[in-house]
Write a protein that binds this ligand. Sequence first.
Ligand SMILES: [Cu+2]
Length: 223
Amino acid sequence: MAGTTLVSACSPRRAAHPPRSGPAPVTSGAPATTTSPASASAWVQPEVLLSHGGVLEVTLEAAPSMVPWRGGQRWALTYNGKTPGPTLRVRPGDRLRVTLSNRLDSPTNLHVHGLHVSPNAASDNVFVMIGPGEEHTYEYLIPADHPSGTFWYHPHHHGTVAEQVAAGMAGVIIIDDELDTLPPIANTTERIMVLSDPRIGTTSDVLRWSMMGMMQGLSLIHI
Ligand SMILES: [Cu+2]
């Protein structure tokens, strides 16, 4: 997609799941960590939410918000007031339940990009439409043989996808597996990078794209 690209890279200590036989994480659906920035001005990690006991339940509120931008702020469309939204960290066999609350003035929905889950009913059904002021609960059953990896979530309502994703609505999904609990990997620090190219401004005017802008790729088609 234009506008946002996801990259996940490893380096020391990560907010990942412990070995299946190890101690349970202390949080469930709550921030596991908000990693300190590498430097005060340069690097802030998205909030990480870990599954616990095979379940991760989260609420995502889609809403406009002012977000940090250099020394000031810029206008964005956000999940829980931030862009990117929280990182959702689950394991094969887990149940991921996401209640999406729409505080935008346009319809939205949610797509879990790359996950091998059902596209039907309350799962990854991109035909669901959540109107302004409405909410919907998705439930994704992660198959027990799901490959580990880095995936992402974003809106997928036809007609509003482009502006919502470009304005900031995206977040990372990580599926851990037993490989992630091996010491050489578990003892590394992980950095999650969400690269995006938003228009910068202090009002929703950033969504007003000119015909020339659209010709230059500001209208997203392939998500
Ligand atoms: Cu996608």
